[in-house]
Design a binder for this molecule. Structure first.
Ligand SMILES: [Mg+2]
Length: 403
């Protein structure tokens, strides 16, 4: 199961932000020049492989339409759905019922929770209809709390003045099954009217995450978003060569049936996902230029890798490939020394330019000298995989970085 659809609730009026939202809906306020708060949320979901993103709009919906409707953002196709009138979070979902996949993620459009979304969307146990992302909050006076037992949510509690040691609260990001609609009247709140019943029916899971959280709904917290989020977007990158590091290298490996993961590779990617790294594959694919296989074969291979990883709660943020080869059979792909073909650093340099990257901590792992050379030419450390266990290699690199 690999969930590909995400919905953002962006219909709120944002009245607590006063004059800031007089002419601009809350999620479209900028956190840095040209970058809206919503852009950062979309970037987060798109890099986790959500390719279908729906904005549930209401108030000032036309601004969302002109900026996003039917456009591509980071590989995701955007759709804006307008609610005829405000009908609560359940009502917003109801308005989008004709668009929904079997499983999707729903998120508030005015809060940012920096978590591994693939962990939230791991296959749930049979009978589950939803899974809530939860977080620990020391001061619960502003929030209702959530009771859990193992993976299950058992109850919701009203706001209380104080709970010793704090409590678990709903972070506003949910994995949901389409059948949740059976329980939703046209106007309602999911949180107040729907989730408590699902919890009683033992159909609701909760998963605790400890990522950075920011709700930008108050003048102070919006201010904080402009101060903190530009730096929060920047992440170190773990670059991987593909064949011989992530999967067994059979020589021009391209058939889905030939995908054999190398020991520790999936676990290493999960570790890096959880640690907040971008994971980017840079792979020479001269086999395409040589006519051994086509682009679609490679894409099917990568798709299968992502499906396998999704079952582990992991993902690869991006693949860069170089189809050029000096002896390519077609002129389009024939190039004596293409800047993308390792040992040249073109793919790495392009990724560093296209992603919000923090160079400090970034590195590459390959199995050939040409990989290490490409890393050196791009100005990042390169490590040769010893062929034993990718998780051990990555763990060692992360340990060294902490020193
Ligand atoms: Mg290799």
């Amino acid at each position: 199961m690999r969930v590909k659809q995400a919905l953002f609730l962006v219909g709120g009026k944002g009245t607590r932000l006063g004059s800031l939202t007089a002419a601009t809906p809350k999620p479209l306020l900028e956190i840095s020049p040209g970058v809206t708060f919503l852009d950062v949320l979309i970037e987060q979901f798109a890099r986790h492989g959500f390719s279908d993103i729906i904005l549930l709009a209401g108030h000032m919906a036309e601004q969302f339409q002109s900026r996003y409707h039917l456009r591509q953002h980071g590989g995701a196709t955007m759709t804006v759905v307008c609610e005829p009138e405000p009908a609560g979070t359940g009502g917003a979902l109801h308005a989008a019922r004709d668009y929904l996949d079997d499983w999707f993620v729903m998120s508030n459009g005015d809060s940012y929770f920096d978590i591994n979304l693939r962990s939230l969307t791991k296959p749930p146990v049979a009978g589950t209809i939803g899974r809530l992302a939860l977080r620990n909050e020391k001061n619960v006076s502003r929030f209702g709390t959530v009771q859990v037992q193992g993976p299950r949510v058992t109850a919701f509690r009203e706001k209380q003045a104080h709970i010793e040691g704090g409590g678990l609260i709903n972070a506003g990001v949910y994995l949901l099954n389409r059948s949740v609609l059976d329980a939703i009247p046209p106007i309602c709140s999911l949180e107040r009217d729907v989730f408590p019943g699902l919890a009683r029916a033992r159909q609701l899971e909760g998963q605790v995450f400890d990522g950075y959280f920011l709700d930008m709904g108050l003048p102070d917290t919006y201010q904080l978003a402009t101060l903190e989020m530009p730096a929060r977007r920047q992440r170190p990158v773990a670059f991987f060569d593909r064949d011989g590091v992530l999967n067994q290298d059979h020589g021009y490996t391209h058939r889905v049936a030939d995908l054999a993961w190398i020991k520790g590779a999936r676990e290493a990617i999960l570790l890096l996902n959880e640690a907040g790294y971008l994971v980017i594959v840079v792979t020479n694919q001269g086999g395409i230029g040589l006519g051994h296989y086509g682009l679609a074969d490679m894409q099917a291979f990568h798709d299968r890798m992502q499906n396998d990883l999704a079952n582990d709660g992991a993902h690869i943020d991006a693949f860069y490939h170089c189809p050029y080869h000096p002896n390519a059979t077609t002129a389009d792909y024939r190039h004596s020394n293409h800047p993308d073909r390792k040992p040249n650093p073109g793919m790495i340099l392009r990724a560093l330019d296209e992603w919000p990257v923090r160079l400090a901590g970034s590195f590459l792992i390959g199995d050939r000298d040409s990989d290490a050379m490409a890393a050196a030419r791009a100005g990042i450390p390169g490590y040769l995989f010893d062929g034993v266990d990718v998780l051990a290699t990555v763990s060692r690199i992360l340990q060294d970085q902490k020193r």
